[in-house]
Design a binder for this molecule. Structure first.
Ligand code: SF4
Ligand code: SF4
Length: 291
């Protein structure tokens, strides 16, 4: 039967989720609870409570019963993408997910194969559904018509060494978020410490699988500016090939107290980039827009 993944969204082409043009699979569910999350409805798994069903203005949601359990069903053809259901959900979830098995995902990838360089699995937190990712990457690498596609993961890095070791044989690269430098600021932003994130970065760098480290600059909240000497020292010991992507915090999609945080302007970002460059950090990638 194979593994099943709960998928929030699939984008057939993206140029910002790894090298070249990529099909990106966004999986549902996350093990962080970031105050600044731009897609908070991807954090929890839907428990089919049914609260959103009656709020859908076009009747695209219904409740059915499967093996004596209620299950919310989404009709994507009726859905107008108004997102009323997301606003209604008492969890941080969405009824607009779909389950995919690996053969079905391969079929979808085959339709795009002539237009893409690879696939990226993102989230939510992709690695919460690691068995699916491993089976998918294995299948891609062993299919003659797909084996040229690179297989990347976009992750918050909160993964055990054992988890990485299982996927590394089929993984071409990972993009890892470092949400803050100090443990207490990382915990404040995400509800989790960053020890495992640093362990993941170390392991992936040693294995030659760290494609990109991503730093989200939230002025006065994340501490990459106040800790610039330590951060630069850390980045300088990563392999020179690793891209250091600086992301500027904006309010798009953000809910709760993080809406009160100041956004990151281009001037603030350029100042941080200049301070990192002065300290020898190369391979910096800056945002192209500040919206
Ligand atoms: S996004 Fe779609 S399913 Fe959700 S309330 Fe709007 S129409 Fe209904
Ligand atoms: S999406 Fe949220 S409100 Fe809708 S059924 Fe699932 S848990 Fe309940």
């Amino acid at each position: 039967m194979g593994r099943v993944a709960t998928v929030n969204q699939i984008i057939p082409f993206s140029c910002v989720d790894g090298p070249g043009s990529r099909l990106v699979i966004f999986l549902q569910g996350c093990n962080f609870n970031c105050k600044n999350c731009h897609n908070p409805y991807t954090i929890d798994m839907c428990d089919s409570c049914g609260d959103c069903v009656a709020t859908c203005p076009v009747g695209a949601l219904s409740l059915t019963t499967e093996q004596e359990k209620s299950k919310v069903v989404w009709n994507s053809e009726l859905c107008t993408r108004c997102d009323t259901c997301l606003a209604t959900c008492p969890k941080q979830s969405s009824p607009k997910t779909r389950q995919y098995r690996v053969p079905e995902m391969l079929e979808l990838i085959r339709k795009q194969v002539h237009f893409i360089n690879g696939i990226t699995v993102s989230g939510g937190e992709a690695t919460l559904q690691l068995p699916f990712i491993i089976e998918l990457f294995q299948a891609i690498k062993s299919s003659p018509d797909l084996s040229h596609l690179s297989c990347m993961v976009d992750s918050n890095g909160y993964v055990s060494e054992g988890g990485w070791q299982q996927v590394i044989p089929y993984l071409d690269g990972a993009m890892i978020d470092l949400k803050s430098w100090q443990e207490h600021t990382h915990r404040y932003i995400t509800d989790r410490d960053n020890h495992r994130v640093f362990s993941s970065l170390k392991l992936l760098a040693a294995e030659g699988k760290l494609y990109e480290i991503r730093l989200l600059y939230i002025p006065k909240v994340s501490d990459f500016d106040s800790e610039v000497n330590a951060v630069a020292g850390y980045l300088n010991q990563l392999p020179a090939s690793v891209r250091v992507k600086l992301n500027a915090f904006q309010h798009h999609g953000v809910t709760g107290e993080a809406r009160l945080w100041g956004t990151c302007s281009e001037a603030q970002m350029l100042e941080l980039a200049a301070r990192l460059t002065e300290r020898g950090v190369g391979n910096l990638v800056l945002p192209s827009v500040y919206l």
